[in-house]
Write a protein that binds this ligand. Structure first.
Ligand SMILES: Cc1cc2nc3c(=O)[nH]c(=O)nc-3n(C[C@H](O)[C@H](O)[C@H](O)COP(=O)(O)OP(=O)(O)OC[C@H]3O[C@@H](n4cnc5c(N)ncnc54)[C@H](O)[C@@H]3O)c2cc1C
Length: 475
């Protein structure tokens, strides 16, 4: 009998899972019957790209990180290597809004800490007291190992308030659309905790890492890609290419899984809509955690409750296209982030057509602002006209652009950003513990081990490998 696997959810995690299952079957000369159920009329979940004339607009993610290898490797395996595009290094500066003005993040400042002295000394972003406090990090002893620590507590403890409020909150908190005082350091950027543990000073550890990178670059073994990469036709290319490689008829759109039951013979029954039941030998749930929790209610009540306890924030992206001449001073960077202490109504703005080539005609600039998140949930609730008006008001004040845009696009991502609050890793361990008795049931997606595309690919592929190894063990 050909084993039957149902993948629930057609975002990047579900697609990566379904693809890996078919890839493994080919590698091992086995046959497998994969069905991917997607509740909405389209694949991709948070990912979506739209061509508007000569512009390319991203609905959600505009890139993925190349340091985490899973998405990059997947692109290479499915023939997308020639489509990969690095960022435009000429524009790689990032600005921070400070007292209502854009101030460049000093060169060598990496998420939380400075690695280059002179740009750090010169920047108007921090007061002298703030700079001295950050520099003191070099001499601070290791912190006492207490349980999970929030990002906010860690940055305050090692670098002081200014580093948190002016850089770490908008840069790191912004990635998670989250409050840094609730974000778990070990679930989000564990590297910094490890740096303190291994080298005592984070700045010192970053210098050592920087030296290593420079050495590698000098020997030609440095990174081939920029830190963030995208695809020439937008992130949707990844979705389309994965779907293309799945067996004909295996993707079912507008098909929401509404229930899951374990049968006495160890197989599974998935309810679809209100009446249909599909049986399977294994199930991969690649939906947001709250949906996975609803599906798992009849399997393990504790695991289901833990899944539902992972909260989510909502964000919207507002893309606006302008003529270059509409700006008193043409933007020259990847964009800017907005600290919460500035009390503005956008979280960040990417200059999309400067960050990547091929996003707008040469005489135009495509911008993308982010609205909402857990710190400004009420702004997500605005209607489209008000949201565009709000964003244009902020851009007029910060960039001096008051012309009407050539076009605008708003995409809403309700409950799209899982909040990795303090205790997240322990919660995920409990969820995984609850599923241990069921080797033919696996979870995948952004809720567990990283929100980025590459982490989602990793969880999807790991889920596929887990159930495949159980269904078709190699002797
Ligand atoms: C605005 C925004 C910008 C981002 N930018 C970046 C970036 O630049 N780089 C990066 O790496 N990451 C970025 N991220 C994060 C990343 O895009 C997401 O974490 C990732 O795409 C989530 O993938 P997923 O498959 O886990 O979930 P989703 O994309 O949410 O997919 C889940 C799918 O499951 C379906 N589903 C739900 N319930 C059911 C059901 N009962 N039955 C069947 N199907 C169901 C949904 O319809 C959906 O299609 C961004 C996220 C957002 C929202």
């Amino acid at each position: 009998m050909t084993p039957r696997v149902i993948v629930i959810g057609g975002g990047i995690a579900g697609l990566a899972a379904a693809h890996r299952l078919t890839e493994l079957a080919t590698e091992k000369s086995q046959s497998i019957d994969v069905r991917l159920l997607e509740a909405s009329p389209r694949l991709g979940g948070a990912i979506g790209s739209e061509r508007v004339g000569d512009f390319l607009v991203e609905a959600g993610p505009d890139s993925f990180i190349s340091e985490k290898p899973w998405a990059l490797k997947l692109c290479q395996r499915i023939g997308l290597a020639p489509r990969l595009v690095s960022t435009q290094s000429a524009y790689q500066k990032i600005y921070i809004v400070h007292d209502g003005k854009l101030v460049a993040l000093p060169e060598g400042f990496f998420l939380l800490a400075p690695t280059r002295l002179w740009p750090f000394i010169q920047t108007p972003l921090f007061s002298w007291a703030g700079k001295l406090r950050m520099a003191r990090e070099l001499f601070l002893p290791r912190g006492e190992p207490t349980g999970d620590e929030s990002l906010g507590a860690f940055v305050r403890r090692r670098f002081g308030d200014e580093a948190l409020e002016r850089v770490a909150q908008p840069l790191v908190g912004g990635i998670y659309a989250s409050d840094p005082d609730r974000l778990s350091l070990s679930a989000t950027i564990p590297r910094f905790k490890e740096m303190e543990r291994d080298k005592r000073s984070v700045i010192y550890a970053m210098w050592a890492a920087q030296r290593e990178r420079t050495k590698k670059a000098a020997t030609g073994s440095g990174a081939r890609w920029s830190l963030f990469v995208t695809l020439a036709g937008g992130m949707q290319e990844l979705v389309d290419q994965l779907a293309e490689r799945l067996p004909n008829g295996s993707v079912e759109l507008n098909r929401a899984a509404t229930g899951l039951k374990r049968n006495s013979d160890g197989t599974w029954s998935v309810a679809v809509g209100s009446a249909e039941i599909i049986d399977a030998d294994a199930v991969i749930i690649a939906t947001p955690a709250f949906r996975a929790g609803a599906l798992l209610g009849a399997i393990d009540a504790n695991g289901a409750a833990e899944l539902k306890a992972i909260t989510y924030a909502s964000t919207a992206t507002v893309s606006l296209a302008y003529r270059r001449k509409d700006f008193p001073q043409a933007p020259n960077s990847f964009g800017f982030v907005v600290p919460a202490i500035e009390r503005r109504k956008i979280m960040a703005c990417t200059f999309s057509s400067l960050k990547y080539p091929g996003r707008a005609p040469d005489d135009c600039i495509l911008l993308r602002a982010f609205v909402g998140g857990s710190l400004q949930a009420e702004l997500f609730e605005q209607n489209d006209a008000d949201m565009e008006h709000t964003v244009r008001g902020e851009l007029a004040s910060l960039l001096g652009v008051s012309a009407a845009p050539l076009f605008s696009r708003i995409w809403r991502h309700p409950n799209s950003m899982p909040q990795y609050h303090v205790g997240h890793d322990a919660r995920v361990s409990r969820i995984e513990g609850a599923l241990k008795p069921f080797p033919t049931l696996a979870l995948a997606g952004s809720a567990y081990h990283g929100v980025g595309i590459s982490d989602c690919v990793r969880t999807g592929e790991a889920a596929a490998e887990k159930v495949f190894a159980h269904l078709l063990p190699t002797s």
